[in-house]
Write a protein that binds this ligand. Structure first.
Ligand SMILES: [Zn+2]
Length: 408
């Protein structure tokens, strides 16, 4: 793994929320409106007003080369109900509109609302067309609900863009902006993941805890870290389990991987020199080469197949920078294994986790099934990579698994 490549936070776009309350300021006294009969605001009036409002707004957008906005029928329905339930619609708080709307449509992460009143329909339409949100490409729908307020007309307008729920399938099909409910704090937030992404550690902008670790495979498919394990197994000596200690077995398996694989940075052979990619465990074995996360995944997968508890660690190494390594359990002992070693593996290479704590600073862990994160004190979690009280599981949602490629 190359220093810095894991520093992506996943560009987090906090829900963009816009207000417009300027139009609430009292205007001049409109004498004419006193004598003008108020229209009956029925369903057909609403429809007519809405289509005029959209026409006005799109006339303002076209010269700015912004795509035309259209109605979002579901948000439209919400807006009518919201206004109807309000005894005094002219006093609606826009925050309440945002809160209720996002509770019902979590994908509506881009929102602007405007409450305008006027003595005339034309002026109301003019105010909506002059609203700053109109000129923003962040919004692609416009919805209005008209009401009467004394002798005046009022309109609550919402411009919105709904984005899909975050999923690997969507990320791989189109990339872009998504919403996600944080599994830690429950807040819904927006995030942006491009198809061309490299390694991504996605964190919640509210609680700052990681909720996913993604990486591109060599075909450019973006996958969850856990998906790079493919159950790779090395056959051990028939008497290994009865005649060798755990440490001897770990060293023997580790040695075979070290003998098989050369250390190779992605950038050494990739056409796209900027792009960090991960390999499946069997792929690293067959290609006889990989960088730190590739050989770590291969080593951890091999140890898991041999019955050991092992995890890949993403973190910081005092000498190297951003790095990946393996941690394995033998009885109640935990060893940090440096998968990029090329020497003969000796007992000296088998470093107890607590003794490596000064140089190996873990940030996230993963195995075949789970990602693990920690909120514990670093003096504790650097010494113990397996305690469930220090490292909490982030279960992988089954529906988010990308289909496996056939590698052979
Ligand atoms: Zn959170």
């Amino acid at each position: 793994m190359v220093r810095g490549l894991l520093c992506f936070g996943g560009l987090v776009v906090a829900g963009l929320i816009a207000y417009s309350i300027g139009s609430k300021q009292p205007g001049g006294f409109d004498l004419a409106s006193l004598f003008r009969p108020l229209p009956e605001v029925n369903e057909s009036y609403q429809r007519g007003f809405r289509s005029d409002a959209i026409a006005h707004i799109n006339r303002a957008r076209t010269p700015l080369k912004i795509d035309e906005a259209e109605v979002d029928e579901e948000i439209q329905g919400f807006l009518h109900a919201f206004v109807e339930q309000h005894p005094r619609p002219e006093e609606i708080e826009l925050d309440a509109v945002f809160n209720d709307l996002q509770a019902q449509f979590p994908g509506a992460q881009y929102l602007a609302a405007n409450l305008v009143t006027s003595g005339s329909r034309e002026e109301l339409l003019g105010k909506l067309a002059g609203w700053t949100a109109v000129a923003s490409p962040d919004f692609n729908t416009v919805n209005t609900a008209v009401f009467t307020h004394g002798r005046r007309l009022g309109a609550l307008a919402v411009m919105a863009r709904r984005i899909p729920a975050f999923s690997l399938k969507e990320v791989n099909e189109r990339g872009g902006r998504f919403f996600n409910q944080c599994p830690h704090c429950g807040e819904v937030h927006a995030l942006e993941v491009e198809r061309e992404s490299r390694t991504l550690i996605l964190s919640c902008p509210y609680c700052e805890l990681p909720f996913d670790v993604l990486a591109a495979d060599t075909d450019g498919q973006i996958r969850r870290a856990t998906d790079f394990f493919d159950g790779f197994k090395l056959l051990e000596h028939p008497q290994a389990k009865t005649q060798m200690t755990d440490e001897q077995r770990i060293m023997a398996l580790w040695q075979r991987i070290t003998d098989q694989c050369d250390y190779q940075l992605d950038q050494d052979h990739s056409e796209d020199r900027e792009r960090e990619v991960w390999k499946f465990s069997r792929q690293t074995w067959d290609e006889k080469a990989g960088d730190c996360e590739d050989t770590s995944i291969l080593l951890a997968d091999t140890l898991l197949s041999a019955g050991f508890d092992a995890r890949v660690v993403i973190g910081w190494n005092g000498n190297i920078g951003q790095h990946a390594w393996v941690v394995v359990k033998a009885g109640d002992r935990q060893y940090v294994l440096e998968s990029t070693l090329h020497d003969d593996i000796t007992l000296d290479n088998l470093v107890i986790a607590s003794q490596a704590a000064a140089f190996y600073q873990p940030e996230q862990l993963f195995d075949r099934e789970n990602l693990y994160f920690t909120e514990a004190d670093e003096s504790d979690f650097r010494r113990d990579y397996f305690s469930p009280s220090l490292w909490k599981k982030l279960p992988v949602r089954a529906d988010q698994r990308a289909p496996r490629l056939s590698l052979r």
